[in-house]
Design a protein around this ligand. Structure first.
Ligand SMILES: Cc1cc2nc3c(=O)[nH]c(=O)nc-3n(C[C@H](O)[C@H](O)[C@H](O)COP(=O)(O)O)c2cc1C
Ligand SMILES: Nc1ncnc2c1ncn2[C@@H]1O[C@H](COP(=O)(O)OP(=O)(O)O)[C@@H](O)[C@H]1O
Length: 321
């Protein structure tokens, strides 16, 4: 996939079929859209193009209402790459961009990005003038030689509702990992730099890498999780358990993300670790003392291993098909 960062002088070659959105999470509903994009691209011999923003528009337009995000820009681009989309244009979402009316925005797409066909949902709205809707876009399109067609509604549902980024955010806040997996078509994951903590973990026999993820990234519900942990960009992936919480046993702290990797004994400070959330084991608890916590951690380890073994077996079954 060709990734292009928009600038005012941009003049792309070739004619495109495009769709526009944040696509936070690149969930199954989004991928259904990209399939339609690919079909149209083949049918009309156009370049399949996703137009997205470098940040969530709400972070500029109304920061108080901007939700924590399922994916960073890097994660979104990587996931988009895997969909087979040919081109992705990333628009820096500035105040100026936010001020563009839908018609001006369409003109930009037509003149600079070569968009000949725009695919949009009936209820999708873009541009400063939120009053404009699908029939207006069709009319504007006619004036600038751009076809505008409606996307088929999302056919992937969870509890009879179409999958959406906000639904996945709610499910993560509830710790409902199975449903999250269903909506995303994969496990939720996050990456963080390993920073130093209070040096208690090593003393109780469970060293934990304290992760510092992107500040916009959504954290799943507080509690203890079975995770796969990958060290660095292409380091090993190891079974692990993770706590998201406040460590009430040791007096409480601001939210920390701590991961203990099984069968590992090395220095992770300064490295990045990516965790893939496979199962939620329990809520965080306050224990009477460190040895009571330690006993629980031993049980967590065996519970986590059971969940991760089942996950590995399920993967093998899928891959072996
Ligand atoms: C899998 C796991 C589960 C944990 N569960 C709890 C818990 O229920 N209650 C709690 O107070 N701390 C819990 N902790 C956090 C430990 O208190 C924490 O790892 C310890 O304080 C070490 O902190 P440090 O890395 O800053 O030294 C858990 C840690 C892990 C890795
Ligand atoms: N199995 C392991 N899982 C996680 N971290 C480990 C492991 N073995 C060694 N480490 C190292 O130990 C550090 C954590 O030790 P800990 O005493 O919990 O200190 P801190 O409070 O700074 O996190 C990690 O950042 C990592 O560098």
């Amino acid at each position: 996939m060709e990734i292009l960062i928009y600038d005012k002088a941009m003049q792309l070659e070739g004619l495109a079929v495009a769709t526009i959105g944040v696509f936070d999470g690149v969930h199954r509903g989004h991928r259904f859209v990209f399939e339609q994009l690919a079909d149209k691209a083949r049918e009309r011999k156009l370049i399949s193009t996703v137009i997205t923003f470098d940040r969530h528009p709400l972070s500029v337009v109304c920061p108080d209402k901007c939700p924590p995000l399922l994916t960073t820009l890097d994660e979104r681009l990587q996931l988009l790459c895997a969909t087979g989309v040919q081109r992705c244009v990333v628009l820096p979402f500035t105040e100026e961009m936010a001020g563009l009316a839908a018609c001006d925005f369409m003109l930009l797409m037509r003149q600079q990005l070569g968009v000949k066909l725009l695919l949009t949902g009936y209820d999708n709205r873009f541009g400063h003038d939120r009053s404009a809707g699908f029939s207006d876009y069709v009319r504007y399109g006619q004036e600038m030689d751009m076809d505008v067609e409606a996307l088929e509604p999302c056919n992937i549902t969870e509890e009879d509702c179409p999958v959406s980024s906000s639904m996945v955010r709610r499910l993560l806040a509830d710790g409902a990992l199975d449903k999250v997996h269903h909506c995303l078509g994969r496990d939720y994951s996050l990456e963080g730099q390993v920073v130093s903590g209070e040096q208690i973990g090593m003393k109780i026999g469970y060293p934990t890498a304290n992760l510092s993820p992107d500040t916009h990234k959504l954290l799943p519900k507080a509690g203890v999780y079975a995770v796969w942990a990958t060290i660095g960009v292409d380091g090993p992936t190891l079974p692990a358990m993770m706590n998201i919480g406040h460590c009430p046993t040791f007096g409480g702290r601001p939210t920390t993300l701590e991961v203990h990797l099984f069968d590992y004994n090395g220095n992770l400070y300064g490295q990045t670790v990516r965790v893939r959330f496979v199962g939620r084991l329990r809520d965080e608890q306050r224990f009477a003392d460190a040895s009571a916590l330690k006993a629980q951690l031993a049980k967590d380890q065996s519970d986590a291993l059971q969940v991760l073994r089942a996950d590995a077996e399920a993967q093998e079954t899928v891959c072996g098909k």
